[in-house]
Ligand binder design. Structure first.
Ligand SMILES: CC(C)(COP(=O)(O)OP(=O)(O)OC[C@H]1O[C@@H](n2cnc3c(N)ncnc32)[C@H](O)[C@@H]1OP(=O)(O)O)[C@@H](O)C(=O)NCCC(=O)NCCS
Length: 203
């Protein structure tokens, strides 16, 4: 694919929001299936939330990549920094079910607190449509977003990647990200001897 045929921009409410929800769901094989159970449920429940102001995955916190040949959305990145308003009130969502409550309290609220106090930007999601992988679209999207945040004079950009995702780790290393810590949550190894997640940052 000719990378000049890609359009990278922030999404609007006129875009295919279900497709954006689908790409967000596909960024991680644990959190989103745990949270929403199925892709269909995710599309139904996450899609309207994307329009909520100050929500973690609000449109303003996302970049999408479009194939200009067919106008399909083929990639998404969610990136946050302390200038983003992340003050969405999660209390109604928490009441909906235990899974939301658990995920929001342990995952999203923890990240929001970290980002709010930090001098770095945080990439929380990167996903390329499965039919378009291996064509340097992920690398192009990331370079685009990294350039924007470098101009905002952030010292560095942080992201977390599953230890079992060597392809993504290689991609990030090629872009200059280095591992600075590892997290043992016991997803893969209940004895917590093997790390589940690596935190990486740009130099
Ligand atoms: C990870 C992901 C975003 C990569 O996007 P992509 O467009 O397929 O990756 P690119 O083609 O831009 O890869 C750029 C470089 O990264 C490395 N890389 C990317 N995917 C790789 C893989 N599966 N295996 C080995 N290396 C890989 C390669 O070095 C590659 O360069 P090369 O092709 O010149 O060798 C994509 O595979 C994806 O969406 N996966 C599912 C969601 C996910 O895992 N997201 C990351 C969560 S942290």
């Amino acid at each position: 694919m000719d990378l000049n045929e890609l359009i990278i921009r922030k999404p609007t409410s006129d875009d295919d929001l279900e497709k954006i929800a689908e790409l967000l769901y596909n960024t991680d094989p644990y959190i989103y299936p745990y949270w929403f159970e199925t892709l269909d449920k995710c599309k139904k429940e996450l899609t309207p939330l994307l329009l909520e102001k100050n929500f973690f995955f609000a449109l303003d916190h996302l970049y999408i990549t479009i194939d200009s040949n067919n106008n399909d959305i083929i990639g998404v990145i969610c990136i946050l920094d302390k200038n983003d308003d992340l003050s969405y009130d999660y209390s109604e969502l928490k009441k909906k079910n235990e899974r939301y409550k658990f995920t929001i309290e342990n995952y999203i609220e923890g990240l929001i607190e970290e980002v709010d106090n930090a001098d770095f930007a945080y990439i929380s999601n990167v996903c390329v449509d499965a039919n378009y992988r291996g064509k340097h679209i992920g690398k192009t999207m990331l370079n685009y977003v990294i350039d924007i945040y470098k101009k905002k004079l952030y010292d560095y950009i942080v992201l977390d990647v599953l230890a079992e995702n060597p392809g993504a780790i290689k991609l990030y290393q090629n872009l200059g990200f280095e591992q600075f810590t590892e997290v043992f949550q016991g997803f893969n190894d209940p004895t917590k001897k093997r790390p589940d997640v690596f935190s990486m940052k740009t130099k």
